[in-house]
Design a protein around this ligand. Structure first.
Ligand code: SF4
Ligand code: SF4
Length: 434
């Protein structure tokens, strides 16, 4: 039985917890709130009471289960092997079954399912975004703040919507001479609508390594925002749409440059579609050939080292929770960075600690998200680097927000952007760094 279908599915997981409290030491929420409900143990107790019928799943209970960034740090520090990631998903799905989805989330997830309408809305947004957002002068990226505080944190920094989406910028198939492989690129929403620079870097690096790139136009959101908020029906719709879009185009492998998207293709689609024999088989087939871009460039088609130009950057690496703990990818991005001439990698304190973004968590709990971000930002500042590399566009946004609010000069990039920069320097398209 899937965690998305019934709270009973986590009974065994709940029984494993011996209430030792080890999860307190690593939980970013508990660190800020010092409340039992913030930590895995507290939420496990709530789930137990609900399952035994001692308390009801009310809206208030649902709000308590929203206090989690799904960072999975508690999983790794639990001596009993409790998979809290399963527990939180099941509890949130139960909350939506019993009490419904918050209206704002309902509108957002419905829009995500209506691809053309969503695209049109984003296009209109890119034209009129100046009405709601005020540009921040920043020499690295186009960032903005809300002109009026609408309750999602006036300190929050947003990336500007790109005038052209990544998927409209490129053909569905980008050919190369003598391709080694045909690879599907799942762009995800943030890269398609906001951080198109990351998407261009992925395409640049893949084609530089003689890979034909396929970008199905009608791929959709990965559905993770819906699944982690308990909207299982929307997540299922999006999973099916993505699987069919890539299956139609065909590819030897699939790459992702977003940690949530990677988790969706490798794990979540299969779990969501467990009860549909045909689609489950399709999800499993694609899960086996889905890779994070750093993983792909290290293990599948080792990237070319010849032709890399010198990029003088002092870099620190932030590990996205869903890349590191979710997919076990931690050394690959570092290996890429260390291969780039001129890059000096300087580790920050606790590079794997959550940045506090967690998708809609940062909008629902802006103050808490900001507090978690402040700790991360302080750790970055201590490294005296000029660049933070990461493997997820959502983390990039949170880190940019933290750096901008702290007021120091640090560029935040996806690892693949630094690799693309090095190839460009090697080809003389960019000036060689000193
Ligand atoms: S560390 Fe594991 S066993 Fe201990 S309280 Fe937390 S979830 Fe339960
Ligand atoms: S997943 Fe992260 S935020 Fe959620 S309870 Fe575990 S450690 Fe805390």
């Amino acid at each position: 039985m899937s965690v998305y279908d019934s709270l009973d599915s986590i009974t065994e997981e709940l029984h494993k917890c011996m209430k030792c409290g080890n999860c307190m030491a690593v939980c970013p929420i508990y660190k800020e709130t010092r409340q039992e409900v913030g930590v895995a143990r507290g939420k496990i107790s709530l789930a137990e009471y609900i399952l035994s019928g001692e308390i009801e799943m009310t809206k208030g209970m649902g709000n308590r289960f929203s206090l989690c960034t799904t960072c999975m740090a508690c999983n790794t520090n639990c001596p009993c092997g409790v998979r809290f990631d399963k527990i939180i998903l099941a509890a949130r799905a139960e909350s939506v079954r019993k009490k419904g989805l918050q209206p704002v989330k309902k509108i957002a997830f419905t829009a995500l399912k209506m691809q053309r309408v969503f695209d049109f809305g984003m296009k209109a947004g890119s034209i009129f975004q100046g009405v709601a957002l005020k540009n921040i002068p920043n020499r690295h990226s186009k960032l903005a703040r809300m002109r009026v505080d609408v309750g999602i944190g006036k300190e929050k920094v947003f990336p500007m919507l790109s005038k052209k989406t990544l998927r409209s910028e490129f053909p569905q198939v980008i050919t190369v001479k003598n391709p080694k492989m045909r690879v599907g690129f799942f762009t995800g929403c943030m890269i398609n609508y906001f951080y198109t620079d990351i998407g261009r870097a992925v395409i640049e690096v893949l084609t530089e390594n003689d890979i034909e790139v396929v970008i199905p136009k009608f791929q959709a959101c990965c559905g993770i925002p819906a699944s982690v908020n308990g909207d299982v029906a929307s997540a299922r719709t999006l999973a099916k749409r993505n699987l069919r879009a890539f299956e139609r185009m065909g590819a030897d492998a699939l790459v992702v440059a977003c940690s949530s998207g990677g988790t969706a293709w490798k794990h979540v689609f299969g779990e969501l579609l467990e009860n549909d024999h045909e689609l489950k088989a399709l999800a499993d087939k694609w899960a086996k050939k889905s890779y994070d871009i750093s993983e792909f460039l290290i293990h599948q088609v080792p990237f070319k080292k010849e032709g890399l130009g010198r990029v003088a950057r002092k870099v620190t690496y932030h590990e996205p929770c869903h890349l590191n703990r979710g997919q076990g990818i931690s050394k690959e991005p570092r290996e890429i960075l260390k291969s780039i001439p001129g890059v000096e990698l300087i580790e920050m304190k606790e590079p794997g600690r959550c940045c506090g973004m967690a998708g809609s968590f940062s909008l629902v709990h802006p103050d808490l998200s900001g507090q978690i971000s402040d700790r991360k930002t302080a750790d970055i500042q201590t490294t005296n680097t000029d660049t933070v590399a990461t493997g997820c566009p959502a983390c990039r946004l949170q880190l940019q927000s933290g750096v901008e609010n702290a007021g120091f000069d640090e560029e935040v990039l996806h690892t693949v952007q630094i690799l693309a920069e090095s190839y460009r320097v090697g080809k003389g398209e960019l000036k060689r760094s000193k």
